[in-house]
Design a binder for this molecule. Structure first.
Ligand code: PMP
Length: 399
């Protein structure tokens, strides 16, 4: 029956982890995977999460099904975290459903837009973007196109190219925007540039779809990281939003997320929510319970919420300190090239500018693993391996 099914290619990011696992060197470093690691290179369970789990376990909760749209206390708090005091939220005009983390939120959004967006079904994503965006939206029935985003020469934002491409998009196209901490480049527009983008997207009558997988992780401040989203909403855009709690709560495998749509009013919101449920029901019936309870407990408990905010800040600051040390080391070792981007980039990842042959050399000679595009997860670096990493990179660049 299946003789005609060809073997598919391995996932490029998970492939890095496979190679890392197979390496027996004690010096090996895995900078491929986008998951936070503590100062000892270990996975990190937030103490606010542990406390929330203790509270939950003490309350002896049942295991009944959630509603199709998820845990109401969670979705309400998730929307509040993202939109803040935005007017549509205050007037009950934001439709929100729980999702299977950020990926599931994007998938619900793709399916909803494919079914109900009454216009061209093209979505434009940045070049480059998170590797899964293309597949998620293609499988949702949308046509996926790209806009310019990253300038290899400056290792920064190609703002002029981005604007030119947005100007040529047909009206009523969907534009996917990384709300903060762009993956994989770590390059975000400035607040002034976001304001310009908001105006341009309104003028060209495009539909903005925000992917917010790193709220709090970019600057250490959840409010600051929500600037782009909140600005667009205050400017009148009826955005779509995919939220993930994988990174900022360290709930990766618990799969906690939310998808929302800004509606014109409460009546429209109710119609949108009814259709979102019809999209979800045949996909997976209803979302998982435990992670949403954890997130809800944290977001709705003043003390835990404050603890969580300081832990998010702590994670962001550890990453920023690694950026500073890596920069200082590379410059101190007289490594050819400019390295300022290591410090100016934001969030979990850095696009180092290392070439594919250099990344291969690092794997073979130094047991250091990263994706072939030179992206490193800054969270994989710590006081124990940063000097070895810097020296190895410096050697690889010197050739
Ligand atoms: N969007 C972006 C930009 C991401 O980087 C990620 C995680 N790597 C996701 C969405 C979704 O991740 P998850 O499904 O684990 O929340």
């Amino acid at each position: 029956t299946w003789s005609a099914v060809p073997a598919g290619p391995p996932d490029p990011i998970l492939g890095v982890t496979e190679a890392f696992k197979a390496d027996t060197s004690s010096q090996k470093i895995n900078l491929g995977v986008g998951a936070y690691r503590d100062g000892n290179g270990k996975p990190y369970v937030l103490s606010s999460v542990k406390k929330a789990e203790e509270l939950l376990s003490a309350s002896n909760p049942d295991k009944e099904y959630l509603p199709i749209s998820g845990l109401p206390e969670f979705t309400k708090a998730a929307a509040k975290l993202a939109y803040g005091d935005a007017a549509p939220l205050k007037k009950n005009a934001v439709a929100v459903v729980q999702s299977i983390s950020g990926t599931g939120a994007l998938r619900i959004g793709g399916a909803f837009l494919g079914r109900f967006f009454p216009h061209a079904k093209a979505i434009y994503i940045p070049n480059p973007s998170w590797g899964n965006h293309t597949a998620v939206f293609r499988d949702s029935g949308l046509e996926v196109k790209q806009y310019r985003y990253f300038d290899k020469k400056t290792v920064g934002l190609d703002f002029a190219g981005m604007k030119e491409d947005i100007k040529t998009m047909p009206a009523n196209s969907i534009v996917l925007l990384h709300a903060c901490a762009h993956n994989p480049t770590g390059v975000d527009p400035t607040p002034e540039q976001w304001i310009e983008l908001s105006n341009l997207i309104a003028e060209k009558q495009l539909f903005p779809f925000f992917d917010m997988a790193y709220q709090g992780f970019a600057s250490g401040d959840t409010v600051r990281d929500a600037f782009a989203l909140r600005h667009f909403v205050s400017a009148g855009h009826q955005v779509a939003l995919a939220q993930s709690f994988a990174k900022n709560m360290g709930l990766y495998g618990e799969r906690v997320g939310a998808f929302s749509l800004v509606a014109a009013d409460a009546e429209e919101k109710a119609r949108l929510e009814s259709q979102l449920k019809i999209v979800i029901r045949p996909m997976y019936s209803n979302p998982p319970l435990h992670g949403a309870r954890i997130a809800s407990t944290i977001l709705n408990n003043e003390k835990l919420y404050a603890d969580w905010l300081s832990e998010v800040k702590g994670m962001a600051e550890r990453i920023i300190s690694m950026r500073e040390r890596l920069y200082d080391n590379l410059v101190g070792l007289n490594t050819p090239g400019g390295w300022g981007h290591i410090k100016s980039q934001i969030g979990m990842f850095s696009f180092t500018g290392l070439t594919t042959p250099q990344t291969q050399k690092l794997a073979e000679k130094a047991h250091i693993y990263m994706t072939a595009d030179g992206r490193i997860s800054m969270a994989g670096l710590n006081a124990h391996n940063i000097d070895y990493f810097s020296e190895s990179v410096s050697k690889a660049v010197k050739g």
